[in-house]
Ligand binder design. Sequence first.
Ligand code: PRX
Length: 645
Amino acid sequence: MSYPYQIKNLEAYHEAYKNSIENPEKFWGEIAEHFFWRKKWDKVLEWNFKEPSIKWFQGGKLNITENCLDRHLNTMGDTPAIIWEPNNPEEQHRTITYKQLHHKVCQFAQVLINNGVKKGDRVCIYMGMIPELAIAVLACARIGAIHSVIFGGFSAQSIADRLEDAQATFIITCDGAFRGAKDIPLKAVIDDALIGNKTIHRVIVCTRTRTAVSMIEGRDVWWEDEIKKVDAQGIHFVEAAEMDAEDPLFILYTSGSTGKPKGVVHSTAGYMIYTHYTFVNVFQYQLHDIFFCTADVGWITGHSYIVYGPLSAGGTSLMFEGIPTFPDAGRFWSIIDKFKVNVLYTAPTAIRSLMGFGLGPIQGHDLSSLKILGTVGEPINEEAWHWYDEHIGHKKCPIVDTWWQTETGGIMISNMAGITPGKPGWATYPMPGVAPILVDDKGNEVTEMEEGLMRGNLCITQPWPATLRTTYGDHERCRTNYFVTYDNLYFTGDGALKNSEGQFRITGRVDDVLNVSGHRIGTAEVENAINMHSGVVESAVVGYPHDIKGQGIYAFVIYTGSHGQDTHGTSDLVRKDILQTVTRIIGAIAKPDKIQFVAGLPKTRSGKIMRRILRKIAEGEIKSIGDTSTLLDPSVVDDIVKGAI
Ligand code: PRX
């Protein structure tokens, strides 16, 4: 495997960028030649952002798993594809070569076939970070089933909503998952999610924690038993389904500013080529490098840079089951030392939390194998950037600050390690094929600089191969969410700055989406969950700066009992009840950090909550609350300020 399209210097970046924007069809067509196609495409690109309709490599036929597995077998069959480090450092790690992974994916693809899964079926995957999760994902792709991975932290209710939305017919799960000192009962959560569900035919349960589970006759089967049946059938190879380039590969749910999470749909060929290309270029991947992405496969980062990007490149992907602070805050560093990791890709929130433990946990671990560091998911503050640079990279490793989204499938704006310059806190340059612009609230392009910077809402003017194609079951929602705000542009929901060198700095969301520890959470979603609690009349949720999480969740709640008290007990207990409700409805990741009981919310005469004011209060910026005269009742603001936490 070689990467002839790997950019080697700054001039080559500028040239590739220019070519990619001037003639995207030629640019991406040439890169696509390097993949394995059953049939070549008829047309590289056809698009409009009006509908939107975005089609890459139409007429092409392929299977992504042939590109991630089969094509590496002859030359790299014995190269590790996945190295897996368990939660408990005492437990044996696992190394799975390309040959072995291919075999396991074929075996499990046959399990899916035996259980009646067909091309186009939606399969929900709710598992911990074990190799079987990657195997399940790839087995779905092998037979053309659409996977929908749900992060292990989501509640039964969240799963039920997603199953319903995707009309999923199969579930793959585990008895439980180990995460730090916790043992999460995944199957029990699935059982709760399935109460009243009518679409699920079968649940395949992989053994991990040996937690007691109830197995329902006729519905639930054990992964291991099903594999034995495949062995008894003597099946070692499953022909990959021939997929159209534009066939959906997966659905991944993500939060928006309104209502329930939406199912972002990615296609097969465009997604494959884009994640591969960005993997190889941003991280300057060299064959046999050990690539450690600390994300969970339940999020887009895990899909693109634990599974599809690295495997399509014949890379070695290190998958870690646990958390950075278990059994102690030196865990990442001990893993890097143990496996001689070359590239570490993690989130600012993890860096900030580890910084808090000082330098002690790093001592005694040899980090000299590291060549490249990366961050993703949220803006990185300069203090964390410098700590990462000095204490982890020893000032020898370029840090790539990669900005992208679930909807973009792969990295959009980032420096390329050692090729284009990095800058603390700046994502810097767009990837080839990515054309970002800044617009003002009316949609006019910002061209004026103020103090050397342009400031605006970040939009993209033309499609890149991994653009989301739709939101599952509701194309109109995709259109209105991303393509209507500004005419003929994809709107990211982020604000950004641009300097005279053409570098971008992402300043954060400009819509009602929070980014808590790098996880996207809609304020409306949290409010809906809080409002489910009996006694809550109304609530408003905003973000506020949080030292470790980046953003914390601040909830203003009107409760029927005075000052948040009722017959159940004190306001503290009511607070706990509300947290419990949010955990049940969404999951623990959406629990508010602060709950303030209020008598009223600042509303305009038309009844709209003025979040700007609440945000200022939550941020402690009481002096800059601004004009409150348009409020129905300006006095509520004084009361809220007095009670602010
Ligand atoms: O606000 C941006 C922030 O995360 C959002 C996307 O979240 P999600 O779809 O969950 O995907 C996260 C992993 C790709 C963006 O709209 N974000 C992501 N990366 C960065 C970032 N903000 C600043 N800098 C980044 N590098």
